[in-house]
Design a binder for this molecule. Sequence first.
Ligand code: C2E
Ligand code: MG
Ligand code: MG
Ligand code: MG
Length: 279
Amino acid sequence: SAKNAGRNQYQFYKNEMTSEIFEKIIMKQELTDALKNNEFEVYYQPQIDIKMNKIVGAEALIRWNHKTLGVVFPNDFISHAEETKLIIPIGEFVLKKACTFMKYLNDTKLLEDGIVAVNISNIQIKYSDIQKSIIKELEETKLNPANLEIELTESYIMEDIEESLTILENLKNLGIKLAIDDFGTGYSSLNYLKQFPIDKLKIDKSFANGLPFNKKDVAIAKTILALGNGLEIKTIAEGVEKNEQKEFLQNAGCDEIQGWLYSKALREEDFIKFIKEFK
Ligand code: C2E
Ligand code: MG
Ligand code: MG
Ligand code: MG
């Protein structure tokens, strides 16, 4: 009957809600424990200058070595970390690790001018003093600020252009570099590119995927590259897996490539091996 159906539905919603709340509580506890037990690890994916055929740096990408699940990827936990604001201490951990590792690569001349790129969540900027954290890690690790790049998304800028301009100018004044991640995928305006101190546009892998045959991806990639060239902002294509994608990007004037064609994200020792074997 309708009455029963109604009751069942209520029951369904109730269970659904309860399990969602439980999941949140469990994730919060799991993430807190993971931080305490040192279960997070930072991997590094090489970034290659395709004009010079040279490794210019790496993006720091977090992994979670879970006791029972094995390696857990960020798409499965970053949103929970953001919701619980645990992304703030987790982000500090990533920053510390990344700066320490790049300082080592710079000093040993394994990657003398190498730059490490660190993803920063909107939550970190909105709910913590990101400038203070960056200054702290730069001081503690003694990494040259010019060798640190932070990756932000357009969504952060678009939320409040005035405020983000102030914050990004302050960050730029530290001497670090700023990159826009997943460029072209968000709700955005090109207008901010005029005013913001941006060093690099990262062409999202959803566009790189279709190169060189998908006409629409070709048009979008070319437009982003022209924009970068005209505004004197460096360009990097993410998610490049095939040589034909690289060749297209090379001919179209893209500066750098990051993708499985060269390497997946690597643990520190494997990244060092990659540098030594790169030709
Ligand atoms: P993202 O910043 O856009 O990073 C690029 C993602 O593309 C990485 O996934 C990388 O492993 C993957 N990728 C790179 N090259 C290829 C390729 O050739 N083919 C394919 N299929 N994938 C490729 P990952 O490491 O799973 O990270 C996913 C997202 O999680 C990142 O996207 C970033 O938004 C977020 N993330 C990762 N680490 C951190 C972190 O430390 N802090 C924050 N806030 N977010 C992070
Ligand atoms: Mg990124
Ligand atoms: Mg990206
Ligand atoms: Mg992404």
